[in-house]
Design a protein around this ligand. Sequence first.
Ligand SMILES: Nc1ncnc2c1ncn2[C@@H]1O[C@H](COP(=O)(O)OP(=O)(O)OP(=O)(O)O)[C@@H](O)[C@H]1O
Length: 283
Amino acid sequence: MSQESQTASQEGSPASQGRIDDDLEPSIESTPEAHTAIETRDLEVFYGEERALYPTSVRLPEKQVTAIIGPSGCGKSTFLRCLNRMNDLIDVARIEGEVLFKGKNVYDDDVDPVALRRRIGMVFQKPNPFPKSIYDNVAYGLKIQGFDGDLDARVEESLRRAALWNEVKDQLGSSGLDLSGGQQQRLCIARAIAPDPEVVLMDEPASALDPIATSKVEDLITELAEDYTVIVVTHNMQQAARISDKTAVFLTGGRLVEFGDTDRIFSNPEHQRVEDYITGKFG
Ligand SMILES: Nc1ncnc2c1ncn2[C@@H]1O[C@H](COP(=O)(O)OP(=O)(O)OP(=O)(O)O)[C@@H](O)[C@H]1O
């Protein structure tokens, strides 16, 4: 525990009594540039007049799982959505600063957000398959982008990587909506990885699932990190500890307070408020 944290504990943990810590100094462990998938530089977000994200500068490592945790409303989804410009779809959202992907700011005028989202895919909290066949759910985006390779092979590969192939290989023509919730979510993961993105963003991908389906999705996330950079928002602290290599902790109205190795953050956080959050004292 840091000296600052010890002092806070000894004094009855004033930081845990709900005050707004405007003075919280971020503790950001830097990822080497060579191993960075996405870097944000002073990234800020406002919804109308309301600030949702304070200037955030962090490097997210490639081919690892980064968990984004923090209490409700602290800006986790807002941050995640900036990374592939999903906030563009929200009229009142205003974004400042930079998101560098392969050294290029994704907010530059010449970046096509649709093409960007093929390289930085996204999976949402609630499974949202298209009302189409299992096959077409995976093939649809590829067809639209004019994929000229072996479509059947790509669909199979994507379903295999999403750990769903064995369960659906004999019913590829059935509706995706007829699958169980957990299978639907793995279908959405297959759909997201079909264009072979480099990064997969996941916004609470297991929170609508039962424990068995959650466990399958967690295993899958760990496996996906062998090929992809995975950035996952979760409310579930144990899940973050189980599946992630790095953890980013957001607190107090949109501030990234700590970023670093998951093991270190869960065993020895820098800030008292982070410790209070991860031990369940608030949030
Ligand atoms: N489309 C929107 N329009 C206006 N305000 C928004 C919008 N989306 C989010 N906000 C506000 O921005 C802040 C951050 O929201 P965000 O959803 O990013 O937080 P979160 O940490 O992901 O929350 P949760 O864990 O509850 O999903 C909140 O105050 C929220 O009310």
